[in-house]
Design a protein around this ligand. Sequence first.
Ligand code: HEC
Ligand code: HEC
Length: 259
Amino acid sequence: MRSHSIVVAVMSMLLAAFSITSSVAAQSSWSWPEKSQNLKVLPADFPPDRLRAVMTGFTRSLGVRCSHCHVGEEGKPLATYDFPSDTNPKKDVARGMLRMLGMINDQLREIQPEKVDRVNMWCHTCHRGRPQPMTLAEELGRIYVKSGSDSTIAHYRDLRERFYGAGSYDFRAPGLNEVGYQALAGKDVPGAIAIFQLNAQHFPESGNVYDSLGEAYLAAGDTAQAIIQYEKALALEPKNENAAKALEKLRAAGGKPGR
Ligand code: HEC
Ligand code: HEC
């Protein structure tokens, strides 16, 4: 049943979005609707917390902002957006994608009816953080035709920096970070610490990675290490409010600075 697999897909996206801290929450005077006005694929009574998980999942899967699919201006408060409106054609494209995903997952279930550890297809299975999932050659070829070799080379450098690798897996920091939080949510604190340490080894310049490591040490009750990691996070990202707040709390509680 299509509706069934959509619900499954949506539940899965909810899990995927579990560790995302949404900047949306920080926007005052707008909140996720208790009752959505114009849902055509998701159930009409879809609750606000799940709608939030799906929508933030969409933005992350495609590497876009809300305004990619909705009527509203980037940078303006969300209260000025018209979310029920269907004027932005990308919204109906996204609906079509949601239906397609339901059909794909139904089909997979038919192909392997007995499978227990089922592999679920997601928006990001195809999209991998890009609005239009294309091969490298396809994407560069289009730029070449339109703007010539200088632009193509610049674009290649940009893509290589952002998406280096075979493209089969996204090795950038958020992937491992998410798995670390999965371990943390499952109370596997040593596992979470090991995963976040590995991420820090690969991304020693990412403040967020140390922030996560600090959180894991905190869960382990290792205040001294937590302080050290939060200090690193803050040194790399002076605007990291989470790390700043955590440090403040730890020091107020009598923790000694780590350095
Ligand atoms: C990839 C496209 C896409 C992105 C990005 C996206 N949305 Fe949506 N949004 C949709 C679609 C499609 C629907 C309608 C789903 C349906 O018809 O079942 C929807 C519905 C909604 C609704 C319900 C409106 C109503 O009353 O009917 C809200 C609220 C919403 N989105 C908010 C957001 C916010 C906030 C963001 C950014 C964090 C966002 N969306 C990002 C595609 C998107
Ligand atoms: C099976 C692979 C696949 C899956 C799964 C998939 N998409 Fe797509 N999507 C594509 C392809 C390919 C395109 C580009 C189509 C084109 O431009 O010709 C695309 C394009 C889009 C676009 C238009 C982007 C733009 O800026 O032009 C949106 C929006 C979109 N997808 C949303 C979603 C959402 C939301 C999901 C999950 C519910 C999803 N897609 C799942 C393959 C996929």
